[in-house]
Design a protein around this ligand. Sequence first.
Ligand SMILES: [Zn+2]
Length: 299
Amino acid sequence: MLYIGRFAPSPTGPLHFGSLVAAVASYCDAKANAGKWLVRMEDLDKPREVSGAADEILHTLEAFGFEWDDEIVYQSQRDEYYVDALNTLQKQALVYLCTCTRKEIADSSNAMGIDGLIYPKTCFFKPSLQTSIHKACRVLVLENNIAFLDAIQGEITQNLARDVGDFILKRKDGLFAYQLAVVVDDALQGITHIVRGADLLDSTPRQIYLQQNLNTATPHYAHIPIATTLAGEKLSKQTLAQPISMSLAEHQLFDALKFLGQNPPAIIKNATLNEVWRWAITHWTLKKVPKNRSAHLSE
Ligand SMILES: [Zn+2]
């Protein structure tokens, strides 16, 4: 079986336990299937990027013994591919320009979707004639269900029109949106299997919709529970998640395997990093990963 997996961190801060778990899961699944494992830096959102974070993430991955295949891809250097994809969608009349501000949308929509207010298609029905104003690009979605079978979370169904609305492909500030970039890059890198945090589960139907309209293959998906604080908040820079330290990598790897339901035997907690990895890849079982969208690490 051809298997190409990936880990795609955003350089908005150092790796924390939650991102380590996603890296470990995608790595073990790729290696257990004799696959390739690629690293892609999702650094499209330059305003949110923390200087030096991309290098720090890569150093941390190295210190943990991850070995990636091929060159690292940086999304900030790939605008030409995103432009091509946008053109392909435009040719199918699936894209329209939007000048609405957040406030205008809040004033004109009362339909709440899974990701905030549903855009009421104001600019689709009445295109703005103003040329001086910055415009976003939205994709027209359809009133039909998109379903996929997630290897961990089971069958997921979403109606994009009802649950999400016409979403943004390119922002007013000229930056391409994550949803478009991730689909383009997964396709160009030949990604066959995506193992990532369940915070992206609700984005997957949008990505499948774009794959269908860009005529690219839909990879296999497996969404692992995201690591939360005891209060149930996602670990992130906002919740002041501690960066993982490079010392005692083997203990943190052990904790990540425990979080992922792999039941590593206590005896390997004191093994070398290489030994923990060998155990992890040999014993990796996707079916053992908890089927929750989130979980916190029990002591
Ligand atoms: Zn608009």
